[in-house]
Write a protein that binds this ligand. Structure first.
Ligand code: NAP
Length: 276
């Protein structure tokens, strides 16, 4: 029997690449997105069901799960991928922007998991893959809200893994580094849209240059991330975390745990203070 995966945020980037990757491996795919009427590519595949799911609208989450089960019979794997970065100076962000960042990156994930758990419990099996980020494990300047949301996702996922393991449901976390998708433009546009506060200008300019130097590093492709998501879904282990990116990124991720806090903070400060 073919396996079935439900993925959120498949209109572009990692979500779309993951839908195509699993479909190419013979899986049934429930490819969900906010505006399925705009999708041109995924609808051409017989084993991909394209349907509506907006993680900010719980009714659409339930409807997508029920539609997917009615179409393919069951769901084996859920990938919580939908997300974005509210980048900018914290003081210039409104309360509503903070709520929306958490609604999409954290509460939407929780709502989707809560909605699928009765199905996984009934089947006595299931795998949940949450797409976090390097920013869920280490901090960088100018992205405090995004870091806060992904740190929350990491803590939630790690703790949830214990209670669901008892039910033969596995929770895993995927941690991509910089990846070539729409993410950079979406978060960059939000950064520009957030009002500037002149007192922060020298810091913001220096930190911006630090980001420019990072973004010149080799980025992963969405297809590379999709291949690691496939590995996580099929390797039969209960490995919790999967990092995806170049060696420099993986080392930075690993060193956050071996390096004393102050050493990490000083290293990051030095990397932007040199531009001041
Ligand atoms: P992307 O190309 O911008 O894709 C983001 C997806 O999330 C889009 O399909 C978008 O749909 C969807 N989305 C946003 N808000 C949503 C909502 N309320 N309900 C449902 N879907 C929503 O960026 P991506 O890089 O593939 O991002 C996917 C995940 O990877 C995110 O969780 C991101 O934080 C994470 N990540 C990305 C990078 C990177 O450098 N690219 C690095 C680490 C982690 P619309 O088209 O409707 O907006």
């Amino acid at each position: 029997m073919s396996k079935t995966i439900l993925i959120t945020g498949t209109s572009s980037g990692i979500g779309k690449a993951t839908a195509l990757h699993f479909a190419a491996q013979g899986w049934n795919v429930i490819a969900t997105m906010r505006q399925p009427e705009k999708e041109q590519e995924l609808i051409r595949h017989k084993n991909i069901l394209v349907t509506t799911l907006d993680v900010q609208q719980p009714a659409t989450i339930n409807a997508a799960i029920q539609q997917g089960i009615a179409h393919f019979g069951h769901i084996d794997v859920l990938v919580n991928n939908a997300g974005y970065g509210e980048f900018g100076i914290f003081e210039s962000t409104a309360r509503e922007q903070v709520s929306t960042q958490f609604e999409v990156n954290v509460i939407g994930v929780m709502d989707t998991i809560r909605a699928i758990l009765p199905h996984f419990r009934e089947r006595k099996a299931g795998t949940i893959l949450n797409i976090s980020s390097g920013a869920g494990r280490f901090t960088l300047p100018l992205i405090s809200l995004y870091c806060a949301s992904k740190f929350a996702l990491e803590g939630f996922s790690e703790a949830l893994a214990f209670e669901l393991a008892a039910l033969n449901i596995t929770v895993k976390i995927i941690e991509p580094g910089g990846t070539t998708t729409n993410f950079g433009k979406v978060s960059g546009d939000r950064f520009i849209a957030n009002a500037s506060i002149p007192d922060y200008d020298p810091f913001a300019a220096a930190a911006g240059k630090m980001f420019d130097s990072l973004s010149n590093m080799q980025l992963a492709t969405a297809e590379e991330v999709a291949a690691v998501i496939y590995e996580a879904a099929t390797d039969g282990t209960d490995t919790l975390r999967y990092a995806v990116g170049n060696e420099d990124f993986k080392q930075r991720l690993a060193s956050r745990h071996t390096m004393p806090d102050q050493e990490y903070i000083n290293a990051i400060k030095n990397s932007y203070l040199k531009f001041l």
